[in-house]
Design a protein around this ligand. Structure first.
Ligand code: PAF
Length: 311
């Protein structure tokens, strides 16, 4: 087939995909669209995002497609999950290029990009209804970002009510967020299945993040040490190390000695209550996680690991 014909066909396919994707900005319209899709017997997936979409988000869309035949991506920079000194104002907002990317990869039926007044009808400051998951928000990011997870669980509950998905798809880079949302869904009997997607990584191992663009060239070069250190300590656990202090120390030291990154936390927790572990038990499911500042850019990463059955 001549190349021009092939190109035209490709273009048509892309246009078809783009035409199928509707952008919705009100909760009412979103609920109506979801109701129609449910009425047609479709299985609905929601991929909640704050926009500034990168390959990691696009991999969530692809995963969503495996679990559903109607995919909604929400794009909303949620103010209530940012602390007063955090980067809410500066957080990248790139709706036009986000829509273009989603149109190009295809497989997205709706984009829900609500205005602030849709999500917080009485204004963010007058919001009085919150969803909180106790205990699981005390360590890791929760220790340093007060109110962050309350903002996440509240907005995700709202997004679930607006988009009415059967499946919610989340990246495991935000492992604590995933574990908290999983618990929220169980405890509140929400009829949503949560799917956690392994962290999308650049070729050198750095976890994809909307914040990576803020790294200087030097720091971008150094940042993959976080994942290397996580992999190293995962091996120590798999090989039978039972002292969690050794793991914490090794993780912290390896990152600090090999980069200019300032470690905020290097922690080993259990996956049920996200509490620091002292002695690793046989067959224990653990989350090893780190947060590292490169100047003002805060990166997080983690690995899940199960200790050997006999120790
Ligand atoms: O992971 C994120 O991008 C956000 O925390 C989420 C789940 C979209 C809620 O605002």
């Amino acid at each position: 087939m001549p190349n021009t014909l092939k190109r035209n066909q490709k273009q048509e396919t892309r246009n078809e995909k783009q035409q199928r994707m509707t952008t919705i900005s009100t909760v009412k319209e979103m609920q109506q669209a979801a109701r129609v899709a449910r009425g047609e017997g479709k299985r609905l997936a929601l991929v909640p995002t704050m926009g500034a979409l990168h390959d990691g988000h696009l991999s969530l869309v692809q995963e969503a497609r495996k679990h559903a035949n109607h995919v909604t991506v929400s794009i909303y920079v949620n103010p209530t999950q940012f602390g007063p000194s955090e980067d809410f104002e500066e957080y990248p907002r790139e709706i036009e290029s986000d829509l273009k990317k989603l149109g190009e990869i295809g497989g997205v039926d709706a984009v829900f990009a609500p205005l602030a007044k849709e999500m917080y009808p009485h204004g963010q400051k007058n919001n009085v209804t919150w969803v909180t998951v106790d205990q699981l928000d005390q360590e890791l990011c929760g220790r340093y970002r007060e109110g962050h997870f309350r903002g996440v669980t509240t907005v995700v509950s709202k997004l679930f009510h607006a988009c009415m998905p059967h499946v919610g798809v989340f990246g495991l880079k935000d492992a604590q967020q995933f574990l908290i949302l999983r618990r929220m869904v169980q405890d509140l009997c929400m009829e949503v299945e949560l799917v956690g997607v392994p962290t999308y990584r650049e070729k050198d191992g750095l976890a994809a993040s909307s914040r990576n663009v803020y790294l200087s060239d030097t720091h971008r070069h150094q940042a993959p040490i976080i994942y290397k250190a996580l992999q190293y300590v995962r091996t120590l656990i798999v090989q039978g190390e039972t002292d969690a202090d050794v793991i914490r120390h090794q993780l912290n030291t390896m990152i600090s000695l090999n980069s200019e990154g300032v470690v905020q936390y290097a922690q080993v927790v259990d996956v049920d209550f996200i509490q620091p572990v002292t002695q690793i038990e046989p067959g224990q499911e653990l989350l090893v996680a780190a947060a590292v500042y490169f100047e003002n850019t805060r990166l997080i990463d983690n690995v899940f690991v199960q200790s050997p059955d006999t120790l």
